[in-house]
Design a protein around this ligand. Structure first.
Ligand code: PDD
Length: 281
């Protein structure tokens, strides 16, 4: 059975999900997106994702494609129509379709599309073994706080990682790690979680936001500061967070084992705290 996808107000089988070749998302990457996890058929961190969507749209002057209630109804309906139990929803808003011209077109309607993908989030086997990352230069633009669909740099980073047997690229700018190609980056040293503070240099992760709150609630110290690849190699533990990986231990960086090559105790605990909350709904 084919997936049911959403395109500009309609739910259709995926083969029929089509947009214009003049869509500015296609021509200029003039659009933004969100990826929301689904566990037990329920949306995870929905409100933070939509707050961030609103911010991304405002920063780029793209009109909302529908009301916030309609968008929530669409998310719930696409889960239902695909009987999605665990996985995520990808949704994208672009400035719309208009003849090719760089400046904003007048009287154009935003394009809204969404589709579901199934995946193992709670019992993800990678969480037991941990994952490998490699560092790559951060060649992205200067507004990484906007969740733009302009993802060529992350595509190249992930490909470089895959070619070295790793699953994520940690991006480096001015000798400091910014974040992962599609995740936020953390190390642990002497019981303290270290992660880069929010700024235009990184995406404000919804999972990051939950993790920071959980760390506080459970008395885990967090230091928001820049860190180098050398510090990461020498860290006791390392991990990443995202809506698709949740809290994921890292056991190798640039071929160097971190924390003896096993998921560390603090990251395992943080993952448990997060899963507990997600499963509770
Ligand atoms: N990516 N940083 C970047 C550059 C990201 O693309 C993402 C998410 C994150 C983590 O944000 P969140 O916790 O809200 O998922 C950080 C999604 C999952 C993706 O592009 O598939």
């Amino acid at each position: 059975m084919s997936r049911i996808v959403y395109v500009n107000g309609e739910f259709v089988p995926e083969e029929q999900g089509k947009i214009s070749i003049f869509d500015r998302g296609f021509l200029f990457a003039d659009g933004v997106y969100e990826v929301t996890a689904v566990v037990n058929g329920k949306l995870v961190e929905y409100d933070p994702h939509m707050e961030r969507l609103d911010r991304s749209l405002r920063e780029l002057n793209i009109a909302w494609p529908c009301t916030t209630d309609e968008l929530k109804a669409m998310h719930l309906e696409i889960v239902k129509r695909n009987a999605l139990k665990e996985g995520h929803i990808y949704m994208q808003v672009t400035r719309g379709a208009a003849d090719r011209d760089f400046k904003f077109p007048k009287d154009v309607k935003s394009t809204l599309i969404a589709f579901t993908q199934t995946g193992s989030l709670i019992d993800n086997p990678n969480a037991k073994t941990g994952v490998k990352v490699v560092t790559v230069p951060d060649i992205r633009w200067e507004r990484r706080d906007i969740k733009s669909v302009m993802l060529l740099a992350p595509v190249l980073a992930k490909q470089a990682a895959a070619e070295k047997g790793a699953s994520e690229g940690w991006m480096v700018e001015d000798g400091k790690i910014t974040e992962g190609a599609s995740s936020n980056a953390y190390i642990v040293k002497d019981g303290v979680v270290i992660t880069r503070p929010l700024s235009h240099a990184i995406l404000p992760g919804c999972t990051r936001r939950a993790l920071m709150r959980l760390a506080k609630e459970h008395g885990v110290k967090v230091e928001e500061r820049l860190f180098t690849p050398d510090e990461a190699y020498a860290a006791d533990e390392a991990f990443l967070t995202s809506a698709t990986q949740f809290v994921m231990p890292i056991v190798e960086i640039d071929g160097k084992r971190v924390g003896g090559g096993q998921p560390g105790p603090l990251v395992r605990k943080l993952r448990e705290f997060y899963l507990e909350e997600v499963v509770k709904g």
